[in-house]
Structures are given as structure tokens and as C-alpha cells.
Write a protein that binds this ligand. Structure first.
Ligand code: 6PG
Length: 241
């Protein structure tokens, strides 16, 4: 059984920083490189700021990917890449070749195919034993929407698409609706998935995700790594229900 933990903490970002640093350092020690998948939305930004302050991370050995992206150019205010660049990537010593962004400026199907090819090529080059055409990521960061979505896996979407990356359309809080997202097959291959959830607006979604059993309506339930761990870092407001 995969290990699943829910930790109610004062500050999910601060709690996550220690866990993420420990995991990335262990991956580098064991395999010489680490794969980190960033989340979109506002919640992880405090974690990104915290990671800037960690001198104990060798960014030269860390490769950064995204779990989902909005289909906008990389300099658009709605771009997940742009948000991560401003909060983290522009402020650390990370080689450009280690940044694997989703190309939100492409048409939807092309953007999905482009990222699937990038995942396949990176896995082949860095992890020749990988059983699938995508890497086994060391750390995957995910958020939770008030409607139960995670990454861009939205309620009612096909729960188990065979492709590693798909294009979707979803309206949520006025954010860009065209998106591409990794699918559960890729997330569920990860060594450690960390959900960061904050704010009372998420309380109902947290409660339902843990107590109902309906992955069609509650996409975060589709995430259950085959061999890895899942940690939910939830603040008191989001854990209120
Ligand atoms: C995105 C996401 C999305 C996000 C949640 C939570 O691109 O919008 O990756 O899944 O993580 O909507 O967003 P907040 O952290 O802003 O609440």
C-alpha cells in the first residue's frame, strides 16, 4: 500500500520546504540528479520563495518540470511558468537546460505532444531503465481546487487517459481555460507527491477528498502513487471540515 499522510500545519509552505529539500538531496545522493514537478496556482509561491533561501540545494543537479500549464505565452500573467520564474527560477543558480517548461504558446494538442516528447526524451537520457516514456519524478507538487481539481485534472474529465499529457479546457476562477496537464499515470509513478492546501475555501474539498469515494467528481482522488508516498500539507483553515 502506498503511504499516505495528512499533516495539519500552521504553514504548509514552510513545512514543505524541509521535506522537498530532504527528498531532492536524497535523490541527488542516490541517482546523481533529481526531478521536481512544480504546481501552478498561488499556494506554492511561498514554498518557491522559501526554496530560494536554501543554500543546501545543488540546483545544478535538479531538473524542473510542471504538472500543468495554462495555454498562454510564457510572459503572460496567467502562465504557471512565469509565476515560478519570478518566485524561484530567476533567483537561483539553475542551468537553463534544467528547466523543462510546458510550451503554453502552442496550440493545445501540439503543446501536449511537445511535452510528452520532452518527458520521453529526458527519461531515455537520464533514466534508461524507466519502464515508461516519462520519468519517475522524485517530488511532485500539487494544489487542490475548491472543486476538487488538481493540476488540470478537473471534475468530469476522463479519469484515466492513456497519454502522459493531455489538453483540456476548464473554467476556474477566471483563470485561463485552455490548459495542458500531466495525467494520473505520470503522477502515480512519482516517488513523492506533496499536496499543498491552504485557506477555508478549500475545507469542503479537503473533507470530500478524504471521505467520499468519487474520483470522477474529485480528481485529487485519482492520485495514488503505485510505489511512492503522498503527503498532504494542509493549513488549519483548509482542514476545518
Ligand atoms: C493551475 C493549477 C491548479 C492549482 C489549483 C489551486 O494551473 O491552476 O496547477 O491545479 O494548483 O487550482 O490553486 P491555488 O493554489 O491558487 O488555490
Amino acid at each position: 500500500m502506498p503511504e499516505r499522510r495528512l499533516l495539519v500545519v500552521d504553514d504548509p509552505a514552510a513545512a514543505a520546504a524541509d521535506v522537498v529539500v530532504a527528498d531532492l538531496r536524497a535523490a541527488i545522493r542516490q541517482r546523481g540528479a533529481a526531478g521536481l514537478v512544480l504546481a501552478g496556482g498561488g499556494t506554492p509561491l511561498a514554498l518557491y520563495h522559501a526554496l530560494v533561501e536554501r543554500p543546501d540545494l545543488d540546483w545544478g543537479c535538479i531538473h524542473v518540470f510542471w504538472g500543468d500549464e495554462r495555454l498562454v505565452p510564457p510572459d503572460d500573467p496567467g502562465s504557471n511558468y512565469r509565476a515560478a520564474w519570478a518566485a524561484l527560477l530567476s533567483r537561483i543558480d539553475l542551468p537553463a537546460a534544467n528547466i523543462h517548461r510546458m510550451r503554453g504558446e502552442l496550440p493545445p494538442d501540439e503543446a501536449a505532444a511537445d511535452y510528452a516528447a520532452r518527458l520521453r526524451d529526458w527519461a531515455r537520457a537520464n533514466d534508461p531503465g524507466a519502464p515508461h516514456p516519462w520519468p519517475r519524478f522524485d517530488v511532485v507538487l500539487l494544489g487542490l481546487g475548491e472543486d476538487g481539481h488538481t493540476a488540470s485534472l478537473f471534475p468530469g474529465s476522463p479519469p484515466a487517459p492513456p497519454q502522459p499529457v493531455v489538453a483540456v479546457t476548464a473554467d476556474y476562477q477566471g483563470r485561463p481555460a485552455g490548459r495542458i496537464t500531466l495525467t494520473p499515470r505520470v503522477f502515480n509513478d512519482a516517488r513523492h507527491v506533496i499536496f499543498l492546501v491552504a485557506g477555508a475555501g478549500k475545507a469542503e474539498a479537503v473533507r470530500e477528498t478524504f471521505h467520499a469515494a468519487d474520483p470522477m467528481r474529485l480528481p485529487a482522488q485519482r492520485i495514488h502513487p503505485d510505489y511512492g508516498r503522498v503527503t498532504w500539507l494542509v493549513d488549519h483553515a483548509a482542514a476545518g471540515e
